[in-house]
Write a protein that binds this ligand. Structure first.
Ligand code: UD1
Length: 370
């Protein structure tokens, strides 16, 4: 079997693609994969590290209004369809899968026009513009949220949930606690602003750390994002918080073992990126969510609302976020008997741990019958 996969820009489009590739390779022997991305997206860094063959096309995203820049982009897009056709002819795939980001546009469009079976995966409640356009051409659309089915033709759309990497499902709490040298008797709060960190969450956390430093019941594992780490450490120092001494605060720039951290977590404070939320719900972890306010069509707020509506999360708007608000919510959740475990159950009920396997099955059944 030969398969082209495309998806790029942010981790939220790339990790689902990698999860699907791994899952399909587990299910189909002799599966040859080519990943198509752009040279400037995060995929150019992540995909070759996964030892997956990688090729690039030249394509840029559209601004959401008519500009001369957009006309240039349109010309580039036409060229990129030609580039895509060339790659497809050379690789000769049986199927083509897209996981979002504008790089998917030309490759999925070209494949569909060439009569090759295609599918896309949409992670967010509000679909991205590329997937909205591609939906008219592809054969199947697997969506992460029940609420986004309404944007697509009912004959094509399947609600599968978002693919979650296997390690998130298999990591054990004991290992997580051990790997981060956490205290087994304390509740763990994991704070993360997505793959690049979130300044407003980091800043609000300074007061939260000051409040809970040395607390006997909770411990805080705070992932700042690589660019923000030094600034946050300096701010904590100015508040005279000595992380070495207080014993219940861990600050990290980035986690390469996020599944271990999630496994050890009792409460998360997160942005509302779709894959981060899929990982939390796959493990049944309740969350305080602060959606990134500038995501396209404010889709993170809709992702967060879906979790809040189910009783699995509490949303705070970025413009209303303060340290005091976080402290009050944390105290309330920890003091109100049964509240956290009720939210954990609601989170687990939302989780779709089989999503990757289900999406892989849809892809595999598109293969031409031998
Ligand atoms: C700013 C923006 O538009 N972000 C979008 C991007 O999310 P973005 O890539 O920021 O966030 P997601 O939560 O979707 O995915 C982040 C991934 O990175 C991993 N991780 C993160 C931090 C870390 O230290 N270690 C680590 O491994 C997480 O476990 C997860 O697998 O794509 C998502 C899926 O389309 C969208 O919902 C988000 O709105």
């Amino acid at each position: 079997m030969r398969m082209i996969v495309s998806g790029g820009g942010t981790g939220g489009h790339i990790y689902p693609a990698i999860t699907l590739i791994r899952m399909i390779k587990e299910k189909v022997k002799d599966c040859e994969v080519l990943y198509v991305g752009t040279e400037f997206g995060l995929e150019a860094d992540i995909v070759p590290k996964e030892k997956i063959a990688f090729k690039t096309i030249h394509v840029k995203g559209f601004a959401r209004k008519i500009t001369t820049e957009n006309i240039k982009v349109l010309c580039k897009s036409i060229h990129s369809i030609w580039e895509s056709k060339k790659i497809i002819k050379e690789f000769n795939p049986d199927i083509v899968i897209g996981t979002g980001g504008y790089v998917c546009g030309p490759i999925l469009l070209a494949a569909s026009l060439m009569g090759i079976p295609t599918m896309i995966q949409e992670q967010n409640v509000i679909p991205g513009i590329t997937n909205k356009i591609l939906a008219k051409f592809v054969r199947h659309i697997a969506v992460g949220y029940a609420d986004s089915q309404k944007y697509f033709h009912s004959d094509k759309v399947v609600f599968t949930g978002n693919p979650v990497r296997k390690e998130v499902l298999t990591a054990s709490r004991e290992n997580g606690i051990e790997n981060f040298a956490l205290d087994v008797n304390k509740k763990t709060i994991l704070i993360s602003g997505g793959s690049r960190g979130a300044r407003s969450i980091n800043n609000a956390m300074i007061d939260v750390h000051a409040h809970f430093a040395g607390n006997k019941e909770i411990q805080l594992l705070h992932v700042t994002g690589k660019d923000e780490y030094n600034g946050i450490i300096a701010k904590l120092r100015r508040k005279s918080i000595d992380i070495e001494k207080v014993g219940n605060i861990i600050i990290k720039p980035y986690l390469y073992n996020m599944p271990d951290a999630i496994a050890a977590t009792d409460l998360a404070i997160f942005r509302a990126g779709a894959i981060g939320l899929a990982e939390l719900t796959a493990r049944g972890i309740p969350a305080i969510l602060i959606p990134y306010p500038y995501a396209a069509e404010n889709h993170q707020e809709h992702n967060a609302l879906a979790m809040q509506k189910a009783g699995a999360g509490i949303m705070i708007l970025d413009k209303e976020l303060t340290g005091k608000k976080l402290i009050d919510i944390i105290n309330n959740l920890l003091q109100e008997e049964g509240k956290l475990s009720f939210m954990a159950k609601a989170s687990k009920a939302l989780g779709k741990p089989n999503a990757a396997s289900d999406i892989a099955d849809i892809a595999i059944q598109m293969l031409p019958k031998a």
